[in-house]
Design a protein around this ligand. Structure first.
Ligand SMILES: [Zn+2]
Length: 170
C-alpha cells in the first residue's frame, strides 16, 4: 500500500514538473511572437521621411483633410510606415468626416497598443504600433457599429499595400 502511495506521489510530482516546464515554454513562445524594433532616433531619421518621423517618433498630427489616405478607397491593407506591421484593412475603414483616415477596428489587434494621453488638456487614448512604438493616432468612442470605436489615424503613419493575393491578408 505504501509503495503504491509513493509511486503515485512520485508520478504526481513528475507530471507537475512537466506541466510547469510546458507553461514556461508557452510563455517564452508568446513573448517571442511580439518582435520589438529598437532604433536610435538618428536611425529613424534616416529610415523615415520628415513627415513620417514627425508623426511616428515625435507624436505629431498631420493637418486634417491633407493626408493621402483620408478619402482613399482602394482595397488593401494599411501597414505601419515605420516597420510594415499590418495595422488596418480597407474593409474596416469608413469616412468619419474628421479629415483623417478612420477605422472601426484594427486588422491585427496585437499590432496595436493603446496608452492614456493627457496632452492638450484632455484625456485621450493614444494608439501606437506594438512593434516599433510609433505614434499612429488616437481612438475615440464615437465610431460606428459593430465596435462603436473610431481609430483616428494619421496618413503619414501608414503605408498602403494593394490587395494582390491572399498572401497579403494575415
Ligand atoms: Zn511599426
Amino acid at each position: 500500500m505504501s509503495i503504491f502511495f509513493c509511486r503515485t506521489l512520485v508520478l504526481t510530482l513528475y507530471l507537475s514538473l512537466i506541466q510547469i516546464n510546458l507553461l514556461a515554454q508557452t510563455g517564452e513562445a508568446m513573448d517571442s511572437t511580439i518582435k520589438k524594433i529598437v532604433k536610435s532616433e538618428e536611425e529613424w531619421k534616416l529610415d523615415l521621411s520628415e513627415e513620417e518621423f514627425y508623426i511616428l517618433r515625435e507624436k505629431g498630427t498631420e493637418r486634417s483633410f491633407t493626408g493621402t489616405y483620408n478619402k482613399y478607397k482602394e482595397a488593401g491593407n494599411y501597414v505601419c510606415a515605420g516597420c510594415s506591421s499590418l495595422l488596418f484593412s480597407s474593409e474596416k475603414k469608413y469616412d468619419s468626416g474628421s479629415g483623417w483616415p478612420s477605422f472601426w477596428e484594427p486588422a491585427e489587434e496585437t499590432n496595436i497598443t493603446s496608452e492614456s494621453d493627457s496632452s492638450l488638456g484632455r484625456i485621450r487614448t493614444e494608439i501606437l504600433c506594438t512593434h516599433c512604438g510609433g505614434h499612429l493616432g488616437h481612438v475615440f468612442n464615437d465610431g460606428p457599429d459593430p465596435t462603436g470605436l473610431r481609430y483616428c489615424i494619421n496618413s503619414g503613419a501608414l503605408h498602403f499595400q494593394k490587395e494582390k493575393s491572399s498572401d497579403n491578408i494575415k
